[in-house]
Write a protein that binds this ligand. Structure first.
Ligand SMILES: [Zn+2]
Length: 275
């Protein structure tokens, strides 16, 4: 998998150089080959590592897992929003944040909780939003930057809600607010007022709806918007090529989220076994 000989494209300046080069002879980038790992990362992103598809598959896969882990919860229906609603225990096992998870200091749950949903309608609407906003953000920022925005926005929302309310929390809504914020940031820098106005309206309507519907985590929404805004401001979208740093950050966040689900599962399951 690792490539230690031959040539590659420098991730910083785009010129052809040797993989083993200590410093790029053209731009001076330090260790451009990253001990043979840069070609691997480039191949991953070059063959369109479809991060939006991974997000959607993560949401759907974990939703099914949360139902299978605690099947008796499916029967406890009361109302439209509790159709196919996973149980508390299953959700904690897969990385729900707040509540016990926050008191125990399971910090990674601010990432894993993004991919968990509380019912069929919850996941349906969130996946719909991700599928319509995600590709747009990917188009203007690039896939790695889009994934970083999505993850950091969601995590910011949950940190805020964990600190302020501390109640158990799940859902990609905070990340979706982050995607909206990223598109607004882009629109403002580009000066496209029509599109930006539309996006502000969506954000306002979605935020207002949160106050009318029960069980909606408004702190996660506000935090997600703010986190997405700040992260998007820090990103460059003028150049098509994403830096190696951002690509590695995206892969690290992806790996951390996956490991977090496993870690939560081990922690919660072992707590249950002690009892
Ligand atoms: Zn270079």
């Amino acid at each position: 998998m690792r490539q230690t000989t031959g040539s590659m494209i420098c991730p910083e300046c785009g010129k052809l150089i040797g993989v083993g080069e200590e410093k790029c002879p053209f731009c001076g980038a330090w260790r451009p080959g990253l001990y043979g790992w840069t070609p691997v990362v480039q191949r991953l992103f070059g063959q369109r590592l479809d991060l939006i598809a991974i997000i959607v598959m993560g949401c759907v896969g974990l939703f099914i897992a949360s139902l299978v882990l605690q099947p008796e919860a499916i029967l406890q229906m009361n109302g439209l929003f509790s159709i196919l609603s996973p149980g508390q225990r299953a959700l904690y096992q897969l990385g729900m944040t707040g509540g016990v998870a926050w008191r125990e200091g399971w910090w990674w749950t601010v990432l894993t909780a993004i991919y968990l949903h509380g019912g069929l309608l919850h996941i349906f609407f969130n996946v719909m939003w991700i599928r319509s906003l995600g590709p747009q953000v990917e188009e203007v920022y690039g896939p790695a930057r889009a994934f970083v925005i999505f993850s950091v926005a969601g995590a910011t929302g949950f940190v805020l809600s964990d600190v302020v309310s501390g109640s158990p929390s799940i859902g990609a809504s905070g990340s979706i607010f982050g995607l909206l914020a990223a598109l607004i940031v882009y629109g403002r820098k580009r000066g496209g007022s029509m599109m930006t106005m539309q996006l502000w309206q969506w954000a306002a309507v979605m935020f207002a709806m949160g106050f009318f519907m029960g069980g909606v985590n408004n702190w996660a929404h506000a935090g997600g918007f703010a986190g997405g805004w700040v992260t998007a401001q820090a990103m460059r979208f003028s150049e098509k090529r994403e830096s190696r740093g951002v690509q590695l950050l995206a892969l690290a966040l992806l790996a951390l989220t996956g490991a977090g689900v496993v870690l939560s599962f081990i922690k919660v399951t072992s707590l249950l076994l002690i009892r």
